[in-house]
Design a protein around this ligand. Sequence first.
Ligand code: SF4
Ligand code: MG
Length: 323
Amino acid sequence: AGRLLEVSGLTTRFDTPDGLVHAVNGVDFHVDRAEIVGVVGESGCGKSVTIRSILGLVRPPGRVVDGTAMFDGVDLLGLRGAQLRRLRGRQIGFIAQNPFSALNPVLRIHRQFANIMAAHGVRSGGTARDRARTALADVGIAGPDRVLDGYPHQLSGGMAQRVVIAMAMLLDPALVVADEPTTGLDLTVQRQILDLIRGLVQQHGRSMLLVTHDLGVVAQYCDRVVVMYAGKVIEHGAVRDVLNTPRHPYTQALIRAVPRPGQPLVHLTGRLPDLVDYPRGCPFQARCPDAFAPCDHVIPEAATVGGGQTYWCHLSKEPEVVR
Ligand code: SF4
Ligand code: MG
């Protein structure tokens, strides 16, 4: 397969009146070719900021202060605006959480497709309109002309997301990045949209980075998963390893918090740490049922088990600790 994206030491800060927010703190992960990687964690754990950092979409007062994001041999974090915009769209397709934020409200849909093609200097065999029609047919929109001649506000949420997916796939990207692409849609539509995206990714041998807070989505759609907490990766590995035998106490708590028929629901208690006054030691210490002596002042090192499942917890070094 081979590496498509390799993120190392990614660090992003936000300058706020309350102080410097440690939003992303030395994040490392990778995406191989033809692989779907989930990024999971509670809201506020840094998932969105991580992918927005990689895509050059963090705006002041936020800034990426360290790290690299090697995509097909190019460091995305070293690219200037215009270079990055060229890459985004053409080689990386982005599907945002809210489709309406990705669409221009005052332009007809066909004009927006034409603009994407023009911006990337793409000449198609037929007209731009033919190409847009095909793209919409690929995302299951019957009667694409009605959609092409309309405005975004005339679309339902599910339809708008299909249009955004068609735009993201238009220039045949090698990597698709989707940030909670089904938020706000009803459950049936959510599954249809996720099935659709996965189909378009797999059919063309693409890779995908899928941000979600839903472990059910990870289980069903992803090959590997990266678990984030307080702007750090705390565990990653093959989905079956991480979900069947989670090693980090936070991953264990996340899994226990998934509703299952016939089993009591164990809620995650406590809150994310203060990202301005970032904790020393393990970021999960204040909520961890297993915290012990080193946790409040020593940062855990990586431990790898089995086929590459990696986690950051002092328990990896203290198997005899009494809980
Ligand atoms: Fe809990 Fe300590 Fe492991 Fe952090 S390092 S998850 S506080 S046991
Ligand atoms: Mg988010």
